[in-house]
Design a binder for this molecule. Sequence first.
Ligand code: URA
Length: 260
Amino acid sequence: MGIAAEIADDWHAALAALTWQVEAGADEVITDVPINRYDLAAEPPRSASRPATPPAAMTAGDPVAAAQAAATAAATLEDLRLAMTAFDYCELKKGARNTVFADGNPKARVLILGEAPGAEEDREGRPFVGRAGQLLDKMFAAIGLSRTSPDSEAALYITNVLPWRPPGNRDPEPAEIAMLLPFVERHIALVDPQVIVVVGNTPLFALTGSKGILRARGTWGHALGKPLLPMTHPAYLLRNPSAKREAWADLLSLQARLRS
Ligand code: URA
């Protein structure tokens, strides 16, 4: 593990340890060296150098509104990338090395929406570059689609619901998905693909509000005014190779749709 990754993991570990202590009833910090509170009284009051009330958009309860405002203001994909990189409301960002925005051809007919970066994606700053990503590339190459194709007919555009890696690759929480959804919606509107493919439960839930990818896979639906195809996540296929047969059927269904 690199130093930056260790620091990121340390940040989440320190937060978890502190949360545990607060939940266990700790309400005071005791240091090794005694503090003379009479000396502290000479310090200027903290409020003198701080605004009395934070701006409305900085209040703790408002991250979705802040995300919505930042996403709506983005007129281009580059604007959106900058807005997401500057968005400081999500704790996941503090433990991440990179904001993983997207990869592929923004003119692609097919947009693939995944869950969140893993360790390799966090290190490299690109989605789906680990083992699951390599399988994803092979699967779509089998029907003639690639993230490196300059031809929009044969191209893919790939992004995730969350741009920051959840610690230990845990599942994203509903509050995190809700907070970042305005960015996802704006991202899809700016790319304006012909078809959206969601891989796994998290993007299915983010765009449709329902879960159950194993039941939903292969059945076309609609989201954000576009045809939507749910598929199983390539990481699931790595763990369950027998499910690749169904994934192949889903890829053929996508190919037929694109030809029609
Ligand atoms: N899994 C995802 O859902 N997205 C990635 O970018 C990598 C793994």
